[in-house]
Structure formats: structure tokens, C-alpha cells
Design a protein around this ligand. Structure first.
Ligand SMILES: [Zn+2]
Length: 299
């Protein structure tokens, strides 16, 4: 069983609110905590994270020191999404197994499987691969002859370009059919009759969703409601945490996090201010920007 999540007070070491929001969000994703425990401190960064989580935030100075080795510009206001990517990349690189170290003998049963193994061969595998990485399937069908084709892409975050009133609606928009005007069918050679739709071929344990907090550098209107429970691709996902942006400029604003504790209560975590209980994560202060949904165990 993975270690428990508890709200951490994390001092701001100079423009590090985006770092703190990211660490709080990741800490409240149980599969990530399990990965930190499983990695067993195999690099300075993994050790710093394990100590940070185990100490309830008291080991933050060591964490910040480790992060400075990764980001020379750590103390310039950063983007929480970019920071999460860089941190996960670094953690993955520290412990990944490359192709010749992986256990032999996997069997590619279909195109999705083949694409997935090509991805693993290129990027290597680590305890993080199954936590954050999923695989999308883009299907294009010909309206003239019915010919179909699929392509498969790995992802570790879904960008919700067209938002609805809720996350569920926004994900439905991400999946829904759209015309592909320039597509030429390999079956009948007719151009312009294709429709594209996206589905999940592999669902990640943690579904990371990027919401448009800014549109053309202007704050996006706040209209989206964060579903606490999401049915997606045959799985049930529960909102674990969300990083929110407050302010009218991306590079000058402030980040805080709303996170769900193990007892189901919600906390607003804002640097080293005392954790504030909030009634839900549905309508947080500021604009929800990066949301983390954790899958129930697949049935
Ligand atoms: Zn066709």
C-alpha cells in the first residue's frame, strides 16, 4: 500500500509557487507516491522526493537544491505544466531501462501493441511509464467507401483545446468526430470525405489534463466545472489535485493547488500558508490549469 497523502506546507524560495503547486499535485496522486516508494531513492532527485513526502514538506530545502541542478532558472516564475514535464522527464531518465535491458519476449498482438512497444523501445521504461503514459488511437474513416485507418500515439497529458461546461464534456469534445478536409482515402482515392475521431487505446493510471487558462495570452473565462468523478474510456477516474493560476498574466501570476486528502476532504495549498479546507474542487480560486485524475483499479 502506498504512503498516505497529507497536505504539505512548502515555503516559497523565490518565485517557486509553480514548483510547490506541482509537488503538491503530484504528491496527492497515489500511483505517483507508490512510484516514489518503488524507486527507492535511486537518484538524488528520487531521494529528495521520497524525503520530501515522508517529512510532510520539512525536507523542502533539499528538494529545491535537487531541482536547482535540473533548472538553472528555477527561481524565475515558471509554468507549472512545463515544470511537471521536466521533472517527470528527469525522474524517468534517472531510472529508465533501455531496450536491451528490458525483459525479452513481448508479443505484439496488434497495431496498438506494436506502436506501444516502439515507443517503449525509443524512450525506455520506468516506474513512471504506466503511471502517466497512455496511448491514443486516431481513427479516420472514409465516408465514401467505408475504408478505415488508425494511428497510435503515446501521451502523458491531454490538452483540452475545446472546453465544455465540465471536464467530461471537454473530453467528449476531444474524442468527437471532425471532418478531415484534405485527407485522401487509400481505399477509393477520393479526397475530403474523411472523418477523424480519437479514442484511448491505453488508459493511464493518472490522467493529466491541461486546461486553457489563457487564450492568446489573455485569461480564459472561468466556466469549466471540475468533475470530481469522471467516467472515461471504460474507467472511473477521481480528481486528485489541480494546479490553479491566479492573475491576469501567465508569467506574473501565482499558482496554488487544490488537493484531495486520503479522507476525501479538499485542501487549498498555497506555499507555506496554513492548508485551508475547501468544500470541493469544483470551483477553485483562480483558473484551473493542470488537473490530475487517478483511475480506480480497472475492473
Ligand atoms: Zn474511401
Amino acid at each position: 500500500m502506498e504512503p498516505a497523502a497529507r497536505p504539505m506546507k512548502l515555503a516559497n524560495y523565490g518565485n517557486t509557487c509553480y514548483v510547490n503547486a506541482a509537488l503538491q499535485c503530484l504528491h496527492h496522486c497515489a500511483p505517483f507516491r507508490a512510484a516514489v516508494a518503488a524507486a527507492g531513492g535511486r537518484s538524488a532527485m528520487w531521494r529528495a522526493l521520497a524525503d520530501l513526502f515522508a517529512s510532510g514538506g520539512r525536507e523542502a530545502p533539499r528538494m529545491v537544491a535537487a531541482l536547482r541542478t535540473m533548472s538553472a532558472d528555477l527561481h524565475e516564475q515558471g509554468d507549472v505544466h512545463e515544470f511537471v514535464y521536466r521533472l517527470l522527464d528527469r525522474l524517468h531518465a534517472d531510472v529508465k531501462l533501455c531496450d536491451n535491458e528490458q525483459s525479452p519476449g513481448h508479443c505484439e498482438t496488434d497495431a496498438a501493441d506494436a506502436a506501444w512497444h516502439a515507443f517503449l523501445k525509443q524512450e525506455g521504461t520506468s516506474v513512471l511509464t504506466s503511471v502517466f503514459h497512455g496511448q491514443s488511437e486516431t481513427r479516420v474513416a472514409c465516408g465514401a467507401c467505408g475504408w478505415r485507418t488508425s494511428s497510435y500515439d503515446p501521451f502523458c497529458c491531454i490538452t483540452l483545446g475545446r472546453v465544455g461546461r465540465t471536464i467530461a464534456e471537454s473530453l467528449a469534445h476531444w474524442c468527437e468526430s471532425e471532418a478531415v478536409p484534405d485527407w485522401r482515402c487509400d481505399g477509393c482515392s477520393i479526397r475530403g470525405r474523411g472523418t477523424r475521431r480519437v479514442a484511448l487505446a491505453r488508459a493511464p493510471a493518472v490522467l493529466m489534463l491541461l486546461l486553457p487558462a489563457f487564450v492568446f495570452e489573455q485569461p480564459a473565462p472561468v466556466a469549466i466545472t471540475l468533475d470530481e468523478v469522471l467516467r472515461f474510456s471504460g474507467r472511473t477516474y477521481r480528481l486528485a489535485s489541480v494546479a490553479c493560476h491566479v492573475g491576469s498574466r501567465r508569467e506574473r501570476g501565482h499558482y496554488h493547488a487544490i488537493c484531495r486528502a486520503d479522507d476525501g476532504g479538499w485542501w487549498q495549498l498555497d506555499d507555506d500558508a496554513p492548508p485551508q479546507p475547501v468544500s470541493s474542487a469544483a470551483a477553485p480560486r483562480g483558473r484551473p490549469y493542470l488537473a490530475f485524475y487517478v483511475s480506480d483499479a480497472p475492473s
